[in-house]
Design a protein. Structure first.
Ligand code: OFO
Length: 160
């Protein structure tokens, strides 16, 4: 593989792990608020981000390249409201989308067809990631205290 792509993919792999920690911190914010449905939903999100990192990891290993695990800044742990958590999440996902698209641009430039194929999965996944948070933001904006309780119960059922 082209060195530039290996470096860029390693960077994204580590950003996926950073994303996992962003959602792990949010999960525990909800745990502290006793919003157990949100806590569960963000735990599923956390695990999904680890899977996103692992998908890059497996791909780089399959292609005989070296995976490099790095550190990253601490995530935000305190929030003022449920809405702030969700808006922070949506902005985070928009940044992920921007980075995935930049990776796709690079794959196209390098005519790296296997990487294009892998990255298409992430392009599609990001549509879902942004839609999930946009939908939750719309719901929470419409809601009173009782509605939030009902939504918390619904989120407790998330499987993937
Ligand atoms: Fe890995 O998509 Fe969210 O961050």
């Amino acid at each position: 593989m082209n060195e530039k792509m290996v470096k860029a993919m390693n960077k994204q792999l580590n950003f996926e792990l950073e994303s996992a920690h962003v959602y792990l911190a949010m999960q525990n914010y909800f745990a502290a608020m006793s919003l157990t449905g949100f806590e569960h939903w963000f735990n599923v999100q956390y695990k999904e981000e680890v899977e996103h990192a692992e998908k890059f990891m497996e791909y780089l290993n399959d292609r005989g390249e070296r995976v490099e695990v790095t550190g990253f800044p601490s995530p935000k742990n305190e929030f003022s409201s449920v809405l702030e958590v969700l808006e922070t999440s949506l902005n985070h996902e928009k940044e992920v989308t921007r980075r995935i698209h930049a990776l796709m641009d690079l794959a196209i430039e390098l005519k790296d067809y296997p990487s294009m194929s892998l990255l298409q999965w992430y392009v599609d996944e990001q549509v879902e990631e942004e839609a999930n948070f946009s939908m939750l933001i719309d719901k929470v904006k419409m809601m009173d205290g009782k509605g939030l309780y009902m939504l918390d119960r619904e989120l407790g059922k998330r499987e993937e």
